[in-house]
Write a protein that binds this ligand. Structure first.
Ligand code: PMP
Length: 351
């Protein structure tokens, strides 16, 4: 039997339970599908699709629409199948054997996972016990590893914490390679590093359709960055990597900006309500700028609370055995009904 590359042997993959439950709050998806008009517009365009032709390799219409949405030049946009694939393309272009990335834990597990899949070394820095970025630690890791890519995640998954502008600027001054600010949850946060993107600055900001745009099923994400960098990523991406359906869906979704912004505002308000209700319970809760909240039950093990929630058909993310997150659980903000169901189930689980 053929064996995989030896450096893959230690990787365990990335798992998030996909079980059938009444209340699914474990993967930070939007709680509902895009507006009805989106599905109708997509169906209408599908009727005219040239299925026998390869799609537009440069996804010009989608790229132009994303660029217009952000007020940038289309040549500053690189899109792929989920922001995970954007991150992978970055690692393929700038990582690889003999190169490294820097991450600051705890953070999104896929940053180091994708780096390792692409044979890129991972230099791990620690955050403070309160999950804040420590600029001294950033300097240490950067000096020792000279990373080709440094990943920040803002708001950070799974803590929900946002890096402020001064911090991002300070990290940008420190790093020798490209700084990736993963803003998968950027629309829920008070500010965006998009404001710092410039042609001569080695900074890219990644975004996804999976959260605010209610399109996790479509697998579409993108980055905004310097044109020169986008050109290099274009060279690494496979030919026709974005299928025609996705190109149309991604473009049409942006027509529903107002509806999506209203939904984001609702989720932000629900998040505040959720944090307040958690504060009344025997749990430690961290402030969040994303569409999820991290908390730690104080009187019972996180694992037992997670199982009790599942027994009540409520699924949240079990981070309790993850390094640095001992006993923690992460709940996605859902509809008001789902959030009520979660809190009711949690009250039972904490008894
Ligand atoms: N970045 C972060 C921080 C995430 O939490 C996620 C989704 N869990 C992603 C990127 C990937 O999103 P997608 O591939 O669906 O765009």
């Amino acid at each position: 039997m053929i064996t995989p590359r030896p450096d893959l042997a230690l990787l365990t993959g990335y798992h998030s339970a996909q079980v059938s439950v009444a209340v699914r709050l474990n993967t930070n998806e939007a709680p509902e599908s895009p507006p009805r008009g989106f599905a109708d517009a997509l169906a209408a365009e599908m009727a005219t699709l040239e299925w026998h032709r390869y799609p537009d390799r440069s996804y010009t219409a989608l790229r132009t629409a994303i660029a217009a949405y952000h007020g940038v030049d289309p040549a500053q946009v690189f899109a792929a199948n989920g922001s995970n694939e954007v991150l992978q393309t970055l690692c393929l272009a700038y990582g690889g054997p003999g190169r490294s990335v820097a991450v600051f834990e705890p953070t999104y597990a896929l940053h180091s996972h994708i780096a390792r899949i692409t044979s890129t070394e991972v230099a791990i820095g620690e955050r403070t016990t309160e999950f804040a970025l420590d600029l001294g630690e950033v300097a240490r890791v950067t000096r020792e590893a000279q990373p080709a890519i440094t990943f920040l995640c803002s708001p950070n998954n799974p803590t929900g914490m946002v890096e402020d502008e001064a911090t991002v600027r300070a990290v940008l001054r420190e790093v020798p390679g490209v700084l990736v600010v993963d803003e998968a949850y950027g629309q829920f946060a008070p500010w965006s590093a998009l404001a710092l993107v410039e042609e001569d600055v080695p900074l890219v900001v990644t975004r996804t359709y999976s959260k605010t745009w209610s399109m996790a099923a479509a697998r579409l994400g993108y980055l905004i960055g310097p044109r020169s960098l986008v050109r290099q990523l274009d060279q690494v991406a496979l030919p026709y990597h974005l299928d025609a359906v996705k190109q149309v869906a991604g473009r049409l979704a942006l027509d529903y900006r107002d509806a999506m912004e209203a939904r984001t505002a609702t989720l932000v308000a629900e998040r505040a309500a959720m944090v307040e209700r958690l504060t009344d319970l025997p749990v430690t809760v961290w402030p969040s700028a994303a569409n999820f909240v991290l908390f730690r039950p104080e009187a019972r093990p996180g694992d037992a609370v997670w199982q009790s929630l599942l027994d009540q058909s409520v699924l949240v993310r079990n981070c309790s055995s993850w390094p640095r997150l001992d006993g923690c659980l992460r709940v996605t903000i859902g509809t008001p009904v789902e959030n009520d169901a979660f809190i009711a189930a949690l009250e039972v689980a904490l008894r």
